[in-house]
Every structure is written in structure tokens, then in C-alpha cells.
Ligand binder design. Structure first.
Ligand SMILES: Cc1cc2nc3c(=O)[nH]c(=O)nc-3n(C[C@H](O)[C@H](O)[C@H](O)COP(=O)(O)OP(=O)(O)OC[C@H]3O[C@@H](n4cnc5c(N)ncnc54)[C@H](O)[C@@H]3O)c2cc1C
Length: 443
């Protein structure tokens, strides 16, 4: 069968398996708020500023005042927002509005964050596992500026490894999530950020940040190996690329880590130089004497605005594609290269875009691969329905699950909301009701 035909078939099967629009009133309200925000740029800006300011507000009255002020900037207000504006004019109204706004923000944050601590996250993580999805835990916290913060982050990572490793043996068997054709897949999976492991990350001197982060990363790898856990190294903005890659290449090749732990890196398809980055990674993997295959998580990239603004400020041309379809096409090309390179890598395709996912499944099948040798990853809160559909169609799926408190979660939340409601995003298009032919069309 022709590849496009196969993509269309797989995409339609997944689409049909998506759970029906929720009857749960809270979820329906969430969807409505997202839809309103994706239609209206001013409302979106007002909501982001509210989410940003919530942890710093002193009282509900204060929070409602902020909300009233932000909503005042929205030109064409839907009736529900007009009513909220009127309420912010009186003290009693502000109290009620403050309670509703705080509840709304907290609710939204909890949609993305599985728990405030690894221990609090154990129950939702187990429920995901029982429902057919593996997980990767991400400890929230933005860029580290002091040595103490880096030490604290490393200690939290160790604590998370211990908590998870103690809990997972009691989870039920899920053969589809625990084995691929190369062997066993760890139940414990932790994603870490190099920028949180060192305050010395500087693009002009990557070796300084690398050496500092290596000192905190080594004990994590050691413990992960003992606990048979997987450690995944996230990719951040391009300034962090060299430090991150140097750290991976140096540490994972050390004799101590040649036979474990299972580890992985991230490739960002929005980067114009990502094909050459994959060349480098392939060369390294071929030359390395490491036994467990490196997992490569392919993403489009979460720092698009940052990369464009930063480049413009310096008068450089952006390192990222500027047309969304170029990122999508490159994502498909890298998908094919990664799948063709197996068993050198384990491949994880991280996307909420039905076309990108259906393309990966189709390429894997059409080149003789087994479904169990392709992992599909989603972000908790954004891809929950897709995760259910993938699991129900028998695919191996992993949910990326942030853990942290509300304040730490705000930057994460704002980024996810921006992504989810932008005009270019697949989820935005899907929410606006684009027909399936358009959603599955070749980029
Ligand atoms: C499990 C998981 C782990 C992740 N880990 C990381 C990580 O470690 N590092 C990281 O950077 N990201 C990470 N991401 C986020 C990811 O990079 C994407 O931002 C997100 O998944 C949206 O892409 P999509 O394919 O789901 O949606 P789509 O809507 O198909 O794509 C949106 C993406 O397209 C790109 N884009 C948007 N506008 C343009 C434009 N005008 N021109 C060119 N490209 C454009 C951007 O990358 C944007 O995020 C992760 C995502 C998942 C699901």
C-alpha cells in the first residue's frame, strides 16, 4: 500500500478511537475556555497574565482586581466574561471572582501536573500505568542560578528515583509497556534538565557548564543503574545544546555506564541543523561501546518564540524553521531516519499531531518494524485523549508527567497554554473543528 494511504488509514483509526467529547462538566468547561482563548488573542493574553500573576497575589480580592483589569483589555467580550468584569466592580463580587479565578488556575495547573511531590504523584502514575500508559516524571523548576539550587534539584531527582523504584514493583504486569524486541524497558523513567543541574550554563563556554553538571549527573546515573531506572535528558533552548550533548557523549561513554542505565536524549526537528545533529548522534552511537541502545525522543521543539526573538535581537537569522510545515516535514524525515537506524536507537515520537504520529506508525509498519518497537509520547494534560486512543489501538505510549508545586508549575503552564492555543498548532486546529482530511494532509 502507498505510504500516504497507510497514513490516512492509521490516522482515521486513531481519530475514531479518541474518546467522545467529555460529559464531565469541569472538562467541558476547560475545553470551552481553551477554545475561546484560541479564537481571541486578547483573551489569551489576559489569561496568561492572570496565570502568571496568581502565585504572587496577596488575596482573593487582589486576584480578582488583576482579573478585572486584564479582562478590561479584551475588546469583544463574550457574555460570561462581561459578567465577570461587572463582578470585579464590587468587594463582594471580587471575593467571589477571586475564589473562582484561583480555583480555575489551580484546576488548570493540576491538569498538567500530576502531584506536588514524587510521593503525591505515585497514585496518578499508577493509574496511568493501569490504564495502559507508561510515564516519565519531570521535576519542575526553572533555570538554576545558584549552586544550592542545583544541589537541591539533584537531591530531588535522587529522591524521585528512590520513591518510584520502591513503588513500581507493586504495579500490575503490563507486558506491552515493559518489553520491546531489544529487551526489557524500565518501569521507572525520569526526565532531567541539564540547566537545572548547573548554574554555569554559558553557550560561549559549554565545558564549564558540562563539568559542573557532570558532577551532579554522575550520582544520578549511578543510582539509576542500581535501581534499573531510565534517565532521559531533555533538550532546552539552543544555548544549552552543546553543554547537553557534550555531557551525554562524555558521561555515557564512561566505562562505569557502558552497560547501564538505560538513557536517552532529545532531537528537536524545528532546528535547521537537526539533520546534522542526528548525523553526529549516529556517529557517536556507532563508535560507542555502550550496550543499552540510546533512546532518542523526537520532538518539534518547545522554545520556538525564544529562538526567534533571541536571533532577531542579535541580528542573526533564526536557527529554527519559520514556516510550520517545514518543521513538520523535517519531523517526518527525521522520523524515517531514526526508525531506519534501529537497533542503534530506541525511537520515541513525541507529538500530539495525528499526522506526525500516523506517519511514524505507517513508516515503521511499511519497513517491516513491529508496533512495539515504536514508542509514542504525549504531555500529560495536552495529550490525554490521544494517549487513550493510542493505548486502545495497542500502541506503546508514555505520558510525560510534570511534578511540582503551583508556583514552579506556572512557567510550564503558560508555555503549554501558549502552545495549545496558537493558531499554528495542531491541537488548536483540531479544537477549531478542522476536518480529518486536513488534519491528516501531508505537510
Ligand atoms: C513527551 C514530550 C516530551 C517533550 N520534551 C521536549 C523537550 O525535551 N524539549 C523540547 O524542546 N520540547 C519538548 N516537547 C515539546 C515539543 O517540542 C512540542 O512543543 C510539542 O509537542 C508540540 O508539537 P506537536 O507535534 O505536538 O504539535 P504541532 O502543533 O504539530 O507542532 C507545534 C510545533 O511546531 C513548531 N512551530 C510552531 N510554529 C512554527 C513556525 N511558524 N515555523 C516553524 N515551526 C513552528 C514548534 O516547535 C511548535 O511547538 C515534548 C513534547 C512531548 C509530547
Amino acid at each position: 500500500m502507498d505510504l500516504e494511504q497507510l497514513i490516512s488509514e492509521i490516522g482515521r483509526e486513531l481519530h475514531a478511537a479518541l474518546p467522545r467529547p467529555s460529559r464531565n462538566p469541569v472538562k467541558a468547561m476547560d475545553a470551552r475556555a481553551m477554545e475561546m482563548a484560541s479564537r481571541d488573542a486578547e483573551l489569551r493574553a489576559a489569561l496568561f497574565r492572570l496565570v502568571d500573576v496568581t502565585p504572587a497575589t496577596r488575596s482573593l480580592d487582589d486576584l480578582a482586581r488583576h482579573l478585572g483589569a486584564y479582562l478590561g483589555e479584551v475588546g469583544d467580550r463574550p457574555p460570561s466574561i462581561d459578567a465577570a468584569m461587572k463582578a470585579s466592580g464590587s468587594r463582594a463580587g471580587r471575593q467571589a471572582l477571586g475564589v473562582a479565578a484561583a480555583g480555575g488556575v489551580r484546576h488548570m495547573a493540576h491538569r498538567f501536573i500530576v502531584g506536588e511531590s514524587p510521593r503525591a504523584a505515585l497514585k496518578p502514575l499508577r493509574e496511568l500505568w493501569e490504564g495502559g500508559a507508561a510515564t516519565s516524571v519531570d521535576l519542575l523548576g526553572e533555570a538554576t542560578v545558584t549552586r544550592e539550587e542545583a544541589d537541591r534539584y539533584a537531591a530531588r531527582c535522587l529522591e524521585a528515583l528512590e520513591e518510584l523504584a520502591a513503588a513500581v514493583p507493586k504495579w500490575p504486569n503490563r507486558p506491552a509497556l515493559e518489553q520491546d524486541s531489544l529487551g526489557r524497558l524500565p518501569r521507572v523513567n525520569l526526565s532531567v534538565k541539564v540547566s537545572a543541574l548547573t548554574p554555569l550554563m554559558r553557550p560561549e563556554a559549554p565545558e564549564k557548564g558540562r563539568d559542573d553538571a557532570v558532577a551532579r549527573m554522575r550520582p544520578l546515573l549511578r543510582r539509576a543503574k542500581e535501581l534499573e531506572a531510565h534517565l532521559h535528558i531533555d533538550m532546552e533552548s539552543l544555548d544549552a545544546f552543546e553543554t547537553t550533548m557534550e555531557l551525554v557523549h562524555e558521561l555515557l561513554d564512561e566505562p562505569e555506564f557502558r552497560d547501564g542505565p538505560s538513557s536517552g536524549v532529545v532531537l528537536q526537528a524545528y532546528l535547521r541543523e537537526s539533520p546534522e545533529q542526528l548525523d553526529r548522534l549516529t556517529e557517536w552511537a556507532r563508535a560507542s561501546s555502550r550496550k543499552p541502545p540510546l533512546t532518542v525522543r523526537l520532538v518539534k521543539g518547545a522554545y520556538w518564540d525564544h529562538e526567534v526573538v533571541e536571533a532577531r535581537q542579535h541580528g542573526w537569522s533564526p536557527p529554527v524553521f519559520e514556516v510550520k510545515a517545514d518543521s513538520d516535514r523535517n519531523f517526518e524525515e527525521l522520523t524515517r531516519r531514526l526508525l531506519d537506524a534501529r537497533p542503534l536507537f530506541r525511537v520515541a515520537i513525541a507529538s500530539h499531531n495525528l499526522r506526525s504520529i500516523a506517519h511514524a506508525i505507517a513508516w515503521n509498519r511499511s519497513t517491516g518494524g513491529e508496533d512495539r518497537d515504536l514508542e509514542l509520547q504525549i504531555l500529560r494534560g495536552l495529550g490525554d485523549e490521544l494517549q487513550q486512543a493510542l493505548a486502545s489501538c495497542g500502541h506503546r505510549v508514555r505520558a510525560y508527567c510534570p511534578v511540582g508545586d503551583l508556583v514552579a508549575g506556572m512557567a510550564y503552564l503558560v508555555r503549554r497554554l501558549l502552545e495549545n492555543t496558537s493558531n499554528d498548532s495542531f491541537l488548536g486546529e483540531q479544537q477549531r473543528g478542522a476536518p480529518i482530511e486536513e488534519l491528516l494532509a501531508a505537510p
